[in-house]
Design a binder for this molecule. Structure first.
Ligand SMILES: [Fe+2]
Ligand SMILES: [Fe+2]
Length: 151
């Protein structure tokens, strides 16, 4: 499996989590909804940070050798830091209305970021790295995630 396909699959699952959180942030007023939102934000941070780390550690360094550190790669790295910064900052916020507002903001940034990867960065990786390199990285992705793949 190519790493780009694996990462696209992760995007699909994350979009479902984004939609769920969006609904909760929009409709979940009241202490019970706010507590659920806070708990689910911890989950989102865990999965989103681990998704970005796989891109940062496995795909981006190899792609950088072909396309250099600037352009879309620099933008994607900067957006990872922005998303992680907002998520970390959220932990120190106690005002429920501010949390709901920041959650909607970070979901917007994350959705835009994913779309850019899908339309620009992953296509750049497909064109620059070729099938064999993408499959080697896919094997590394599977090892990191503990997923069994045939090759
Ligand atoms: Fe990313
Ligand atoms: Fe991604």
């Amino acid at each position: 499996m190519k790493i780009t396909d694996a990462l696209l699959g992760e995007h699909g699952v994350l979009y479902a989590i984004f939609d769920h959180l969006d609904q909760l942030a929009t409709a979940g007023e009241g202490s019970e909804g706010d507590q659920r939102l806070r708990t689910l934000m911890d989950l989102l941070e865990a999965v989103l940070v681990s998704h970005a780390k796989l891109e940062d550690d496995e795909l981006f360094p190899v792609l950088e050798q072909h396309v250099g550190p600037g352009g879309p790669l620099a933008v994607m790295r900067e957006e990872h830091r922005e998303i992680e910064g907002v998520l970390a900052e959220l932990k120190g916020v106690s005002d429920a209305a501010v949390i709901r507002d920041r959650v909607r903001y970070v979901l917007g940034v994350a959705r835009d970021h994913f779309r850019k990867e899908e339309h620009v960065l992953f296509q750049l990786a497909e064109q620059s790295l070729g099938e064999a390199a993408l499959r080697r990285l896919g094997t590394r992705w599977a090892a990191e995630r503990g997923v069994a793949i045939a090759g």
